[in-house]
Ligand binder design. Structure first.
Ligand SMILES: NC(=O)c1ccc[n+]([C@@H]2O[C@H](COP(=O)([O-])OP(=O)(O)OC[C@H]3O[C@@H](n4cnc5c(N)ncnc54)[C@H](OP(=O)(O)O)[C@@H]3O)[C@@H](O)[C@H]2O)c1
Length: 395
């Protein structure tokens, strides 16, 4: 059998682990993973931290996952070893690591690396036994080849005067944040079209703020950004390029049906609302803003449910039926979304910078790098800065 391709690797590495569910994490020295067929081993360069990471690993969200586990999230990493069946990736390639792991012999068995083992018996088996349970909060990680997306390093990291886009490795973490709303708003799901009016609610969280940017970059004519904290909404707006700011309307989210309906009615200003994009956290379970959003949609309008509500949702049947509304749920995104999104970023169409390049989207606003040992502080910080910050591990 053909040998795997590999750089010289150490025998052990440092990884942030959890031995018992919801108990405190610890940095442990464990063997460096090997490249089995179908996989790559990568050196992690920067791994993003979700704003609700603390709630995942302390059990507040009760996400299902097996232990022991190296925890983690999406990351930017460099290939150091490849299984014998790799045909395109090379040792040294810089990759975006997508945590969405899918069964190879069937559809719908999906888990998120180191975050949740999903919602089917197959997804749970896949995470427990498939060889890819461990995540990216470590020096090295093994990922399936198809979850390693090669990035055009010269173009993305090259200086602007030499035809590059001038990003840093840490800026590239923002691609995984934007990919989530792109999964819902992109052509394979609710398909936001140029000129349309899109409501994003709430737009103050990390994926919510990213959704405002994605909607604008997809050409939305107007983005109605709803949130309880109007100061944060104004800051989300302020991060956009000058030409895009004028297409954003920020409005308060009260959670009270009549109030939110009136707010949306005023914000649409006689026009149509084509899309309502939901990215609510579980805490919004008693809020009526989604129902208000559905009631505000125009004939043929679309609702995209991407939030993390754990409760059932009461929706207005008559409105949905008489107005030919479409409701689509979306968990993460498709593989084709990742490849098309990376093309959008590499072409410069989907920007991670504003026009002055004096900050990187959310980057210089607030960017903080942590060592694995400082995980508790890093999780607190990520929660605190949510939409505005970029908090990540690098070792
Ligand atoms: N479908 C998917 O693939 C997918 C992927 C990633 C995440 N998600 C889900 O999306 C959710 C949101 O993500 P995120 O990154 O934006 O979360 P986040 O950073 O935690 O932000 C959540 C936002 O919701 C607002 N909020 C909190 N309680 C609320 C309430 N009762 N009513 C209305 N707004 C409320 C918060 O702002 P204020 O407290 O200032 O109002 C905050 O800005 C996550 O919790 C997750 O479950 C889904």
């Amino acid at each position: 059998m053909a040998q795997s391709t590999s750089a010289t690797l150490p025998a052990t590495h440092r990884a942030l682990r959890q031995d018992r569910r919801f108990e405190p994490l610890s940095v442990q020295e464990i063997p460096v993973p090997t490249a089995i067929p179908g996989s790559a081993v990568l050196r992690v360069q920067a791994a993003g931290i979700l704003s609700y990471m603390k709630q995942i690993y302390n059990g507040e969200r009760n996400y299902p996952y097996p232990v022991p586990l190296t925890v983690g999230s999406s990351a930017i990493a460099r290939v150091v070893a490849l299984g014998p069946d790799a045909t395109r990736l090379k040792v040294g390639d810089l990759c975006l690591l997508d945590v969405t792991m899918r069964a190879r012999d069937g559809k719908g068995d999906i888990f998120l690396s180191a975050i949740t083992d999903g919602f089917t018996p197959g997804s749970k088996k896949l995470m427990a036994e498939g060889g890819y349970r461990d995540g990216t909060y470590a020096e090295y990680v093994r990922f399936p080849l198809e979850n390693c997306y090669r990035l055009d390093e010269r173009r993305l990291l090259g200086s602007v005067d030499q035809g590059g886009l001038g990003y840093t490795v840490e800026d590239l973490l923002y691609i995984s944040r934007l990919l989530v709303p792109y999964g819902g708003m992109g052509p394979l799901c609710i398909d936001v079209k140029p000129g349309e009016t899109v409501v994003v609610a709430p737009a103050t969280g990390s994926f919510g703020a990213a959704a405002v940017h994605v909607a604008l970059e997809l050409g939305a004519g107007k983005v109605i950004a709803m949130g309880r904290n109007t100061t944060v909404l104004e800051r989300v707006k302020a991060l956009e390029t000058e030409d895009k700011k004028e297409r954003i309307v920020t409005v308060p989210l009260s959670g009270v049906l009549e109030k939110d309906l009136k707010t949306l009615e005023e914000a649409k200003n006689g026009g149509d609302i084509d899309v309502f994009f939901d990215i609510s956290p579980p805490m919004a379970k008693d809020s009526a803003h989604i129902k208000a959003g559905v009631l505000s949609l125009c004939h043929g309008g679309r609702l995209c449910l991407m939030g993390g509500l754990l409760n059932d949702l009461a929706l207005p049947h008559s409105k949905i039926m008489h107005f030919d509304l479409t409701i689509k749920g979306k968990w993460m995104f498709e593989r084709e979304d990742v490849t098309s999104f990376i093309k959008l970023v590499e072409s410069g169409t989907m920007r991670l910078h504003n026009e002055k390049q004096e900050w990187h989207m959310y980057g210089n606003q607030y960017s903080k790098k942590y060592d694995l040992e400082d995980w508790a502080e890093a999780f607190d910080e990520a929660e605190k800065v949510a939409s505005e910050g970029r908090v990540y591990f690098a070792s």
